[in-house]
Design a protein around this ligand. Sequence first.
Ligand code: SIN
Ligand code: MN
Length: 225
Amino acid sequence: MNEEALFGNELLHRPRRELAPGATWVPGWLEAHQQRWLVDRFHEWASGPVPLRSARVGGHRMSVKTVCLGWHWRPYAYTRDAVDVNGNRVLEVPDWMVRLGRMAVSEATGDPAAGAAYTPDTALVNYYDDAAHMGMHQDRDERSRAPVVSLSIGDTCRFRFGNTEHRNRPYEDIELASGDLFVFGGAARLAYHGVTQVLPGTAPAGCGLGSGRINITLRETGLSG
Ligand code: SIN
Ligand code: MN
């Protein structure tokens, strides 16, 4: 590994930042070896009981492909079985992922008690190819209003983070890069957000993904059963 990779100064230009009360961006939170390990897990999940699929929303299919853990998400419901794919039950949320979510909430909020209280029971794992995007939406299929933890790996994307009222301005565009953490909870929990663009060819060497972007969101559904 060269000195630039070990002690680069790119984080000087991408400091952590609160975009709105409850919404915190922590660039470069995951180290390269953690990103590579998560990419390996992604390949396992994608070849698990439920394959990656593009969810159908209204009359069209999303450009993003998704595989879920814990609970299977489809618009606008969570079920244990992937009823709109092959009917199989999704994989469990592993213990390490709950720990990862707790560390993320603790890091973003600066409140270890908030981290300890967080127990994500679902992970939505999205794969974006060069052309994929995600329209402005709220994450509101969960009964719990615990924070959403978002982890990005691979190509950088333009992420749009808006207000809680509607999908229009005011919003802010930021670039989520490989390893970045974004947490939105509290007053920002129901903010509209989306991915306007993936920037092909921007995945850093060593992240484990040659092209495209993986986004993992951890959530508490507030559901039981
Ligand atoms: C999502 O809104 O569920 C995913 C956001 C992202 O891909 O960064
Ligand atoms: Mn979302």
